[in-house]
Design a protein around this ligand. Structure first.
Ligand SMILES: [Mg+2]
Length: 229
């Protein structure tokens, strides 16, 4: 089989990593004072705005440069603070530091080691080329994977079917032999199902999940009994 993994929040612990960089920047930029709120409240708002902007980016409604600073600008505005120059500076610092953080999801390496003995492993990630490559190298993930498909390189994003077809071609496989594992119900799960692939939802927060065709796991090591004979 060909097992295709999402990267952010499936292998690379995006929440932990991004939270630690943001909380450092929060202090560095003296945001507690400027926004008159604590980091947790800011982070919740930022998180929501970031998700919404990524959604627009997937559907080509905004550009990369706009996404990068607007998530900060809009979050600052929410707290009544209007500073586009600082938003752009913080956005740059964030993008510079965050790929060098190293937390992986629990069980990540052990699971890849085991799956890799019997299957070909690949990554399909929606993200920026230089950023995703740094993360993959910095965390020692590269050698586990045959194909690493980064959306920006091809101008194609999950959930669009074209990126799954491209993945089949690059990996030398077909829909029947392909499985997508990811934490996003739209880009990973709907995308893979739309391409005729088997889809496994990584439900790491244990939210209520019921789906006609997709399976789900709560921990990466649940993949081992599913795929290692
Ligand atoms: Mg993800």
């Amino acid at each position: 089989m060909h097992l295709f993994f999402d990267l952010d929040n499936t292998l690379w612990d995006f929440d932990t990593n991004s939270g630690s960089v943001l909380s450092n920047l929060y202090a560095e930029y003296d945001l507690a004072k400027k926004l008159n709120t604590d980091f947790e409240s800011f982070y919740k708002v930022y998180h929501k705005i970031n998700d919404e902007l990524w959604h627009l980016y997937y559907f080509k409604k905004i550009e990369k440069a706009e996404l990068r600073y607007k998530r900060f600008y809009d979050a600052f505005l929410f707290f009544g603070y209007d500073d586009i120059i600082m938003s752009k500076a913080m956005a740059e610092d964030y993008v510079k530091h965050s790929p060098y953080t190293k937390a992986l999801k629990p069980g990540c390496i052990e699971t890849l080691e085991q799956l890799g003995t019997q299957h070909e492993l690949h990554i399909i990630t929606n993200g920026f080329f230089e950023v995703q490559n740094i993360k993959i190298d910095n965390c020692g993930l590269r050698n586990y994977f045959s194909q690493i498909i980064i959306s920006e390189e091809y101008g194609l994003n999950k959930p669009h079917v074209e990126i799954f077809r491209l993945a089949e071609t690059l990996a030398g496989t077909n829909a029947k032999e392909s499985v997508m594992i990811g934490d996003n119900l739209v880009s990973d799960i709907e995308g893979a199902i739309g391409a005729g692939w088997r889809a496994i939802y990584y439900n790491c927060y244990g939210t209520n999940f019921k789906h006609e065709t997709a399976e789900s796991i709560g921990h990466l090591n649940e993949l081992i009994p599913l795929f290692v004979k």
